[in-house]
Design a protein around this ligand. Structure first.
Ligand SMILES: Cc1cc2nc3c(=O)[nH]c(=O)nc-3n(C[C@H](O)[C@H](O)[C@H](O)COP(=O)(O)OP(=O)(O)OC[C@H]3O[C@@H](n4cnc5c(N)ncnc54)[C@H](O)[C@@H]3O)c2cc1C
Length: 401
């Protein structure tokens, strides 16, 4: 038994009215998890976490805990909070290593899941456990969405996703990779082929553009594209990252770990305006990333970036930064391939799918959750939304039976 994790668990004050649990977007039963663990019931604790959140193990690694559970821990006010993520990680790793699923009896209903990110995987697990025949489609060759092709290896070991694939297959989920829905196969094909309900969890994969001259040059890359396979890029010695959110931190750290000698984040606002989480900024600093504040890019040339100073004595003046490569990390929008090639799927101005709070889209029998509905958010929020969709989808299927 890991003494370190026991010590962490014992630091919990077992509050009468805990604020950690309501601080979690998926309402993780944190006090119950800790007391089961300390009572020697690690398997029960793991099962409880999994039933509440099938991606508990992943969330234990990638959640912004300082904003949610740990940020709400009472100890946070004076000391440091209970390391809830670390405790959850220990329990959920053990559970996922040990648990043996069996394929549930088929209930006669098939559903199609488009997109195998956290939203799609969570729904696939929940519905497969209830006996639904689940087929999951993804445009990529492997499942995981951003978990596989966005979050860098140094933050999350991709073996966890391989373990999830094994569990999905055991539960009877059929995975159809390399298949972009909206191209050759459309929603009406899925409906014709007997799927009683369809789920869209296709995320946001269309990088936002800066809209400045030079953006199409060969040494300019979008962060979300670069992160898919960083080793195929030759960025050179000096790299500039434009943007200061979590994705910018990931891309900057990936570039430096892949051999760039100098990586600078250029941001048009100040240090305290950066949208990235505190611990992501800290990790980037520790990895040697440099920050240039109050510089707004005007034009990209083969030699670097022309920018405008945004404050201080030089405000309004132009400057130039020599750089070998530029990585643009200013968020993403959804792709429109499904919406363009199908009818009755309404979107908002940003192209995000319109749903009600239960995940019904404007097309009957078609549901959605995750980033494609909410815009770029977090893994735990995508999973929490898919739990709601599971209920509404089941209700819907029962009404048409
Ligand atoms: C670089 C990066 C780092 C991040 N780090 C964190 C973090 O540390 N913690 C955190 O909580 N959140 C993080 N996020 C956000 C988080 O990953 C997302 O909120 C989450 O993945 C959304 O899940 P999703 O299932 O909606 O979409 P996605 O994960 O985007 O998955 C969508 C899937 O749909 C597939 N797809 C798209 N269109 C089609 C189609 N037409 N046909 C078939 N398949 C299709 C895609 O290939 C993809 O596999 C990060 C995001 C990025 C970009």
């Amino acid at each position: 038994m890991n003494q370190h994790v026991i010590r962490l668990a014992k630091s919990c004050l077992d509050c009468h009215d805990p604020s950690c649990r309501p601080g979690c977007p998926i309402n993780t039963p944190i006090p119950e998890m800790i007391s089961l663990f300390l009572d020697g019931e690690i398997k029960k604790a793991g099962q409880m976490l999994f039933e509440n959140n099938p991606l508990s193990l992943i969330c234990s690694l990638v959640c912004p805990h300082d904003k949610h559970c740990e940020g709400n821990c009472v100890l946070n006010k004076k000391l440091s909070p209970v390391s809830i993520g670390e405790i959850e990680n220990y329990i959920s790793s053990r559970y996922m290593n040990d648990v043996k699923f069996e394929k549930p009896a088929y209930n006669g209903n098939d559903i199609a899941i488009i997109g195998s990110g956290p939203a799609g995987i969570a729904l696939a697990i929940i519905m497969a456990l209830r006996g639904y025949g689940v087929t999951m489609y993804d445009g990529y060759d492997k499942i995981g969405g951003v978990l596989r092709y966005g979050i860098p290896d140094f933050r999350m070991d991709k073996k966890i996703l391989d373990q999830i694939v094994e569990k999905l297959v055991t539960l009877g989920v059929t995975i159809r990779p390399n298949t972009i829905i909206g191209k050759n196969i459309n929603l009406c094909d899925l409906q014709r082929d007997g799927f009683k309900a369809i789920f869209i969890g296709t995320g946001v994969w269309s990088p936002k553009k800066l809209g400045i001259k030079g953006e199409s040059l060969g040494h300019v890359h979008f962060a979300i594209d670069y992160l898919k396979n960083p080793t195929v890029y030759n960025l050179g010695k000096k790299v500039t990252v434009l943007g200061a959110g979590n994705v910018a931190m990931d891309v900057a750290r990936t570039a430096i770990k892949n051999g760039a000698e100098e990586v600078r984040i250029m941001y048009r606002r100040g240090k305290n305006d950066m949208p990235a989480d505190y611990h992501e900024i800290q990790s980037a600093k520790i990895d040697g990333i440099k920050f240039d504040f109050y510089k707004s890019p005007l034009e990209i040339t083969k030699e670097g970036i022309k920018f405008e100073y945004m404050n201080g004595d030089e405000k309004g003046k132009e400057g130039f930064e020599n750089t070998n490569s530029i990585l643009i990390a200013i968020s993403q929008n959804p792709r429109d391939i499904i919406v363009k090639n199908n009818t009755q799927i309404d979107t908002n101005k940003q192209g995000l799918l319109i749903t009600d709070e239960f995940g019904h889209t404007t097309r009957k029998g078609v549901f959605a959750s995750g980033d494609v509905v909410t815009g770029a958010r977090t893994v735990v929020e995508a999973v929490a939304f898919s739990k709601i969709v599971a209920e509404s989808m089941e209700k819907y299927i029962k009404t048409i039976d």
